[in-house]
Design a binder for this molecule. Structure first.
Ligand code: GPU
Length: 827
């Protein structure tokens, strides 16, 4: 019988539920979904249709396992972990889900029979860009690991209609295009159109006294928006366990009012509806520089209010008293973005459940935990008091009451330090008042953690030093990690296979097993195989670069890669100054014996961040000059890959030789790209910053190139009065580079184009100490080049980097969070 007839397919579905897996059922399910879910002819479905149908077939399997997992959590009455984040960057799901479900081979076979390859079909997926960079990506690695560890956890976020913008490079400059990711349809999610919570903003607080003589607070007026749940599934690696990431989408409450469209002003009514739904329209594209916009505050509360209603609903089902709440729930705040959950829980307990303040507060500070991800002063979130009062009047009152009691306690504990109160207050007083969200998060949480050992020390010693003195027991470190399923197994299947051939598959769930590779580091045969895999990965990236940028690069050249968000502290500028230095050496002496290199850059700049965008433009201009200079030839190439995102990272990581992690010491909280590169066998050139320091401890200093000022030296130099001009005056190579930029060498049509970049270094204090670190960077780069000439030596270093990355698995991070902060175990 022809298996593509609807009858045959329907029959197969009846006899074979997706959970029992006869060999050909995936193919049958794909064709079934092509016809019945997508409404297309299933005789010759196109690639996009097959992708969607495959996604739906996998969603069938995921939802069954999810239901089973939920039942298990419920049956065990486990304490639940709620991970709240304004950002998630899951990346493409297809391969990840196939790997987790153990269906890769079946999918390949099914697709072959349908006339496609998995690569082609996977290429149809558009990743959800619901985050800016490291913070959102970390949240997604953590969900993957929570699922792998079978933790009773839930991710909560916002289902933005437009994710992070799509970046184009036009005439060397960044151009932003809307990321309409929902256009392709939601094949991975379930939209719960009947599952909504009301969220209320604005209004005014009425105080009154009830029959028992209690002072009560009621919000009057204001406006209500509905939060609709959209669930996406995160499977654990081959363990039949599935978590969900619940993302809220805004829906107008007005369409539920019968009379709403009948008021005579039909178009006006529709406009109001659209305005309400704006809340979840777009992700703010700012990384580490929050934009103090009303809509952003509304997004934060929208996530928090809807999520708290979900949490409370689930808790109520247990039928236990409120004082049990912290034993049954822990709410984790990913940065301060969802910190308004603290006054929201207080409001629920005090205003609605009528608990006394002290009891409510006791519950609160045993429920929340907070992760800080930055010490940059401009990244610490504050809200103008007036804006806060307008949007969330009752919450502001509650924050004031929290503050009053907190300051009262501090005064008692430290009676001889009158200035202390102003410094730790939840309110910044000045011409304008601001709510300090980090202070709120610290005061309202039982745990405050940084994301690398170095960063956690900085928190205790400097930015939150006074809170550390008040609440020493709250502060702890949880070094970031990355999921080996996506960042090795999936993105680098050939290397993963080579590893598995030698040490088995255990590393996939216990990354420390990679240590077993160490004995092979000296084996010439293994080195050769290792380098062959790497070279093939580099060839593939060369093909991609040729196709996208029209630039031909040598796969044998040293791939020196700097990909991450553009921010001055990440110092892409330092890198390009070094590129120009090499260019000058070649110009002076074409036979200088420079190791052929390909510099690859990628990353987005916040649309309003002038200097970051200008640096992107400089890199592209330098690239153009170098790539078209016949004297340079194959010695040097500079490539800017547009639209850096998870999908692109997956191409780049396996093909990188040298990983650039060169932030000004003390400024990168952790970094996670650094770990992804090293796991794939790249060698790091980096500063003593963030997790680089712990990477050094694990891989050993002969396998990693560190350089530059230490963070206390940065501080000292700044205190003593840093004068960048001395470096300009005493270092002739550096001077030549800066003079070329400001003299228009790379912008002949507009010689002044990049003058302000040089100005920022020479005349505006060089805040990120680019010039102070230039020489030590250039020296270390020379060491790297020399090391690359010794290919067996490089192979050994590369393997040892991979072999010693076990600590940086997000399974390890999540295990620590579960044990030390959350107090939960696997189900
Ligand atoms: N990070 Br705050 C972001 O990506 N965005 C932010 O708004 C803030 C921090 C990053 C840190 O810069 C990076 O060092 C860290 O590895 C990452 O968060 C995850 O902790």
């Amino acid at each position: 019988m022809d298996s593509t007839t609807p009858e045959a397919l329907a029959g197969m579905r009846e006899t074979a539920s997706p959970a029992t897996l006869p060999a050909d059922t995936l193919k049958a399910d794909i064709l079934w979904h092509v016809l019945y879910s997508l409404g297309r002819d299933n005789e010759r479905p196109d690639r996009q249709t097959v992708f969607r149908a495959l996604a739906l077939a996998l969603r069938d399997r995921l939802v069954e396992k999810w239901i089973a997992s939920q039942r298990a959590i419920y049956a065990k009455s486990s304490k639940r972990v709620y991970y709240l984040s304004l950002e998630f960057l899951p990346g493409p799901f297809l391969r990840q889900n196939l790997i987790a479900l153990g269906l890769e081979k079946e999918a390949r076979d099914a697709l072959t029979e349908l006339g496609f390859t998995l690569d082609d079909v996977a290429g149809e997926e558009w990743e959800p860009g619901l985050g800016n960079g490291g913070l959102g990506r970390l949240a997604s690695c953590y969900l993957d690991s929570m699922a792998a560890l079978r933790l009773p956890a839930y991710g909560y976020g916002i289902r933005y209609a437009f994710g992070i913008f799509h970046q184009l490079i036009r005439d060397g400059q960044q151009v932003e295009r809307a990321d309409n990711w929902l256009r392709g349809g939601q094949h991975w999610e379930f939209e719960r159109t009947h599952y909504m919570h009301p969220v209320r903003f604005y209004g005014s607080v009425r105080e009154w006294v009830d029959e028992q003589g209690r002072l009560r607070h009621t919000l009057e007026g204001g406006s209500t928006v509905m939060a609709m749940a959209c669930d996406m599934f995160i499977p654990g690696y081959r363990n039949d366990y599935v978590l969900n990431m619940r993302l809220w989408a805004a829906k107008s409450s007005r369409e539920f009012e019968f009379s709403f469209f009948n008021t005579g002003d039909y178009i006006g009514a529709v406009e109001k509806k659209i305005r309400d739904e704006n809340i979840s329209m777009v992700l703010y594209p700012n990384d580490e520089a929050p934009e103090g916009k009303e809509l952003r505050l509304k997004q934060q509360f929208f996530l928090v209010s809807a999520t708290m209603q979900d949490i409370v609903r689930r808790f109520r089902k247990k039928g236990v008293a409120w004082d049990q709440f912290p034993r049954k729930n822990v709410i984790h705040l990913n940065e301060t973005h969802p910190a308004v959950a603290i006054p929201e829980l207080m409001r629920l307990l005090v205003d609605e459940e009528l608990l006394p303040w002290e009891e409510a507060w006791y519950i609160c500070v045993r429920t929340f935990a907070y992760t800080n991800h930055t010490v940059l002063p401009e990244a610490l979130e504050v809200w103008p008091e007036e804006l806060f009062r307008k949007v969330l009047p009752r919450h502001l009152q509650i924050i004031y009451e929290i503050n009053r009691r907190f300051l009262h306690d501090v005064r008692r504990q430290f009676p001889h330090d009158p200035g202390l109160l102003a410094r730790v207050s939840l309110i910044h007083e000045g011409e304008q008042r601001f709510v300090r969200m980090s202070h709120l998060a610290i005061v309202g949480s039982f745990s405050v953690n940084g994301v690398s050992a170095h960063h956690s020390n900085i928190i205790k010693e400097s930015i939150f030093n006074e809170f550390y003195k008040i609440f020493p027991e709250r502060f702890n470190n949880k070094t970031n990690g990355i999921t080996p399923r996506r960042w090795l197994r999936q993105c680098n299947p050939t290397l993963a296979w080579l590893i598995t051939e030698h040490i088995g598959t255990e590393w996939l769930t216990d990354l420390e097993q990679l240590k077993k590779l160490e004995p092979y580091a000296e084996s010439a045969g293994f080195q050769k195989a290792w380098m062959e895999v790497r070279l093939r990965n580099k060839q593939k990236l060369a093909e991609y670069i040729h196709a996208k940028n029209g630039i031909t690069i040598l796969p044998e050249s040293l791939y020196d890669v700097h990909v991450k968000r553009f921010h001055e502290y990440k110092r892409q500028l330092l890198n390009i100054l070094h590129v120009i230095t090499l260019y000058n050496r070649i110009r002076r002496d074409p036979d200088a014996g420079i190791v052929p290199r390909t510099f690859i850059f990628g990353g987005k700049a916040a649309p309003g961040y002038y200097m970051a965008k200008h640096i992107i433009q400089l890199i592209n201009a330098v690239g153009y000059t170098i790539n078209t200079d016949p004297r340079v030839g194959d010695m040097l190439k500079v490539v800017f890959l547009q639209n850096y995102c998870v999908t692109l990272a997956e191409r780049i990581m396996p093909a990188t030789d040298l990983s650039e992690q060169i932030s000004t010491a003390g400024m990168e909280a952790s970094g996670t790209g650094n770990m992804k590169f090293a796991l794939n066998g790249a060698i790091t050139i980096g500063t003593h910053d963030g997790a680089n320091i712990e990477m050094l401890e694990h891989v050993g200093d002969e396998n990693l190139f560190l350089f530059g000022l230490l963070s206390h030296e940065v501080e000292d130099l700044r205190r003593q009065g840093y004068n960048p001009r001395t470096f300009y005056e005493t270092d002739s190579e550096l001077r030549e580079v800066l003079d070329m930029i400001s003299g228009g060498y790379f912008s002949p049509g507009d010689p002044h184009m990049f003058r302000d970049i040089v100005e920022s270094l020479l005349n505006h204090g060089d805040r990120y100490m680019v010039l102070a670190d230039f020489r030590s960077y250039a020296y270390r780069q020379q060491d790297a080049a020399r090391a690359y000439l010794d290919q067996p030596g490089w192979a050994r270093r590369s393997m040892l980097n991979t072999a010693r990355m076990g600590f940086f698995s997000s399974d390890r991070s999540m295990g620590e969070y579960a044990r030390d902060i959350w107090g939960v175990e696997g189900v």
